[in-house]
Design a protein around this ligand. Structure first.
Ligand code: ATP
Ligand code: MG
Length: 391
């Protein structure tokens, strides 16, 4: 109403921005009608928040900063695994017609942040964070983070200062996470200092739970050719040796029995030994990939170098193996994010890999992903990504 009155008296420039109203719900319904997804009222509710951000961004991007417009609230979507958080974020992101936008996995973003601060040899860290925030804001208006989680003290100490600067600079942030902000970095060192970040976030963002009623990953049909081998159910009681043999045969089949070479890749000057490589196919073991101090930079290098990754001999992880479990989580996150085909042999089914100990809650995401990665749908997507890449 006010807008109309102001426009009558030429107090508001003519709105030339495209009409975006209802766009996301419309696109969602089209996908339901095409049977790509099932209708879920909780997802529609969450889309409304994304829709508001979309409209705000479009109105601001056109140069017609709406008269009387308030700053845009950012959005933090949390919820259990497989509820569709990333799917909704992708729908929003793809529909958002502004050019200054970026969607990035949280691990990749933090790596960039640390690299920047590390390279900052002048004055103190606070300056580095201010400059970094300005740089980020200089190139983007909208930043989307998928799978936000905080387990690392170095991240925990930086986030508060970085995000308070980013929000001051009017950056719009959309985050997905499995945890409510109050439950992030539970039990972490110096958690009191991290709580500053939670406060900053709660001021600048709507915190919304996506409580869709199921983990949609569990609906996927398993692919005909099995990709996750474990002893009792798949191979009789013949034990771990047989499951490892099954993954090796898989590798042989993929490589046409060609003589494969043990190999290595070098990341940040460090060499990682790998059992066997053939073109874009890697055969490795849990020990090689998660038994030593590797991290997301190493896993990213693997995801960039290979299209098919075979991991043999994944053990059932006890609470003492929390570091190995955490690395395995990071590895699966990265491989899933890059739609890499995964073939595994394990001692137990995915649901039983790591059930108690530090990070067992987060590990449920890994289980959900491992299940989706065995599906026809996922394998087909990874196959088509593979065929579109130059070999
Ligand atoms: N309404 C739906 N109907 C059918 N499939 C869906 C629906 N919502 C999501 N999916 C599918 O379920 C899978 C999991 O969704 P998504 O990755 O968005 O979950 P998430 O909430 O981000 O999970 P995580 O917490 O593990 O990151 C995806 O393959 C997605 O396409
Ligand atoms: Mg997700």
């Amino acid at each position: 109403m006010l807008k109309k009155i102001f426009r009558q008296f030429d107090l508001l420039p003519l709105d030339t921005s495209p009409d975006m109203s209802g766009l996301l719900a419309e696109q969602y319904i089209v996908r339901v009608a095409q049977k790509h997804i099932q209708y879920d009222p909780a997802q529609i509710q969450t889309l409304e928040y994304l829709q508001q951000i979309l409209e705000w961004l479009v109105a601001n991007d056109s140069g017609n900063r709406p008269f009387l417009s308030k700053p845009c609230q950012s959005l933090y979507i949390f919820g259990d695994v497989g509820r569709g958080k990333s799917m909704l974020m992708a729908l929003f992101y793809d529909a958002c017609p502004i050019s200054q936008k970026r969607r990035v996995h949280f691990n990749t973003f933090m790596q960039e942040v640390h690299a920047f601060i590390h390279s900052w040899q002048k004055q103190d860290q606070a300056d580095a964070i201010s400059v970094l925030a300005k740089n980020i804001r200089g190139s983007v208006r909208l930043l989307c983070f998928d799978e936000f989680h905080v387990t690392d003290i170095a991240d925990a100490m930086i986030l508060g200062r970085l995000f308070s600067k980013l929000f001051e600079l009017d950056l719009v942030v959309v985050i997905t996470s499995n945890r409510h902000p109050n439950d992030l970095y539970q039990g972490g060192l110096l958690r009191e200092q991290f709580l500053f970040f939670v406060k900053v976030l709660q001021n600048a963002a709507n915190i919304v739970e996506l409580s869709a009623h199921q983990d949609y990953r569990l609906n996927f049909q398993a692919t005909q050719q099995r990709t996750y081998f474990y002893p009792s159910a798949n191979l009789g009681q013949s034990g771990d040796g047989a499951t490892q043999e099954a993954t090796w045969q898989y590798f042989q089949q993929l490589t046409g029995g060609t003589l494969s070479q043990p190999g290595s890749i070098t990341v940040l000057g460090r060499e990682i030994q790998l059992t066997a490589l053939h073109k874009d196919i890697l055969f490795s073991s849990f020990d090689e990939l998660c038994g030593q101090a590797l991290g997301s930079a190493d896993y990213l290098a693997i995801a960039n170098r290979f299209n098919i990754v075979i991991i043999a001999a994944i053990p059932c992880l006890t609470a003492e193996k929390r570091n190995e479990a955490k690395r395995f989580m990071t590895l699966i996150d990265v491989l899933y994010e890059h739609t890499i085909k995964l073939v595994c042999s394990a001692q137990v089914p995915a649901e039983a890999l790591y059930t108690e100990g530090d990070g067992a809650f987060e590990f449920r995401r890994t289980v959900s992903r491992l299940i989706e990665m065995q599906s026809d749908n996922y394998c087909q997507r990874s196959e088509s990504m593979r065929s579109s890449k130059p070999m």
